[in-house]
Design a protein around this ligand. Structure first.
Ligand code: GTP
Length: 332
């Protein structure tokens, strides 16, 4: 029996960071495969995971939902046959709906020896209120269907803010284990306990989601009818991720100075001049011959030394992106 764990969460929530922690502290010694589904994002973090001997399957062609469920099922079946892993970790795109992934896995379960062991959702504690308000359709689905919720960035939050965050998550999901301890203080055993608690309520969640009456397939339905996912709809207003979010990605050979990099990261994280920027990542060549990787979410960014790649690459995800302005900003 292969265990399947889903690690969902909105753009930049900290899914990859948490997966690294799980691999180092919780799933040690297990034969693991990771299936990643990026929404036009750059899979920059592959290095660490490959070094740790983890097989990685990337699905970059869009967001897993109705239309991609078939592809996803095939990818899952393929890794099961090819690697016979103890555990498969699935990292859906930040704009994917957890309920869609669960349905896709349920489909595969009919002909494979697998069981869902955990539905983990990572929530950026500092942005939960904002994202619930602005992108509720996606954010809420991820929170509601989780068996374990992990709040990231709590080391930067006051006790009061953490409590407020837990409170709004509880309103969406009364059952899930909620991890609010900062990750650097969090032991493998504590994560295990939370995941065990999550496993206990897994059955409850499965029954619960069956009666929900939504297709969760992300389509926009104005009329009653079949959307192709086999369910019947009554005028729900569902959206595909690509109806709401835009992903802009470019290669760049420009060599950036520290000042240019600083300027563009501040511009993207602190101003509205380029649209509503929710996430940006890149690996770029610098004027001094080094390479830098950057990671950006609203109001925050991080720059690290990177390894040289065959070309520089950047991506920006958000709503109402001003693409012409982005080209200028990145000197492309
Ligand atoms: N300080 C701190 N930084 C965090 C934490 N979680 C995530 N980050 C940072 O936030 C950024 C995004 O983290 P990722 O783990 O790449 O997030 P993700 O959810 O995989 O992002 P996507 O690529 O959009 O799917 C990185 O720069 C992380 O270092 C946290 O708990 N504390």
């Amino acid at each position: 029996m292969t265990k399947v764990d889903i690690i969902s969460g909105f753009l930049g929530a900290g899914k990859t960071t948490f997966i690294k922690q799980l691999i180092e502290q919780v799933f040690t010694g297990e034969k693991l495969v990771l299936i990643e589904n990026e929404f036009g994002e750059i899979g920059i973090d592959g290095g660490f995971l490959k070094d740790a001997g983890i097989e990685i399957t990337e699905m970059n062609s869009g967001c897993i939902c109705c239309t991609l469920v078939g592809d996803f099922s095939k990818a899952l079946q393929k890794v099961l046959e090819e690697y016979k892993p103890d555990r498969v970790l699935i990292e859906p795109s930040g704009v994917g709906k957890l309920s869609d992934i669960v349905k896709a896995i349920e489909d595969v379960k009919k002909d494979a020896e697998i069981e869902i062991s955990g539905r983990i959702t990572v929530v950026d504690g500092k942005k939960a209120v904002l994202y619930l308000k602005n992108f509720g359709e996606f954010f809420e689905d991820q929170v509601k269907h989780a068996s374990t919720i992990v709040i990231s960035r709590t080391q930067m939050m006051s006790g009061e803010k953490i409590e407020e965050c837990v409170h709004i998550l509880r309103e969406e999901n009364a059952e899930a284990a909620i991890i609010s301890t900062p990750w650097d203080e969090l032991s493998g055993e504590a994560v295990c306990r939370a995941l065990d608690h999550g496993a206990e309520i897994e059955e409850f969640l499965q029954n619960h989601s069956e009666h929900e009456g939504e297709c969760g397939c992300g389509h926009h339905h104005e009329h009653e009818g079949e959307c192709g996912c086999g369910h019947h709809h009554h005028g729900h207003h569902h959206h595909h991720a690509d109806e709401i979010f835009t992903s802009w990605g470019k290669e760049t050979a420009h060599k950036y100075t520290d000042e240019e990099l600083d300027f563009l990261l501040k511009a993207l994280s602190e101003t509205e001049g380029y649209g509503t920027i929710l996430r940006s990542k890149g690996i770029i060549p610098m004027a001094d011959g080094t390479w830098k990787q950057f990671d950006l979410v609203p109001e925050e960014y991080e720059v690290r030394e990177g390894k040289a790649d065959y070309t520089g690459r950047v991506c920006v995800i958000g709503t109402d992106l001003k693409e012409e302005e982005l080209l200028k900003l990145f000197h492309i």
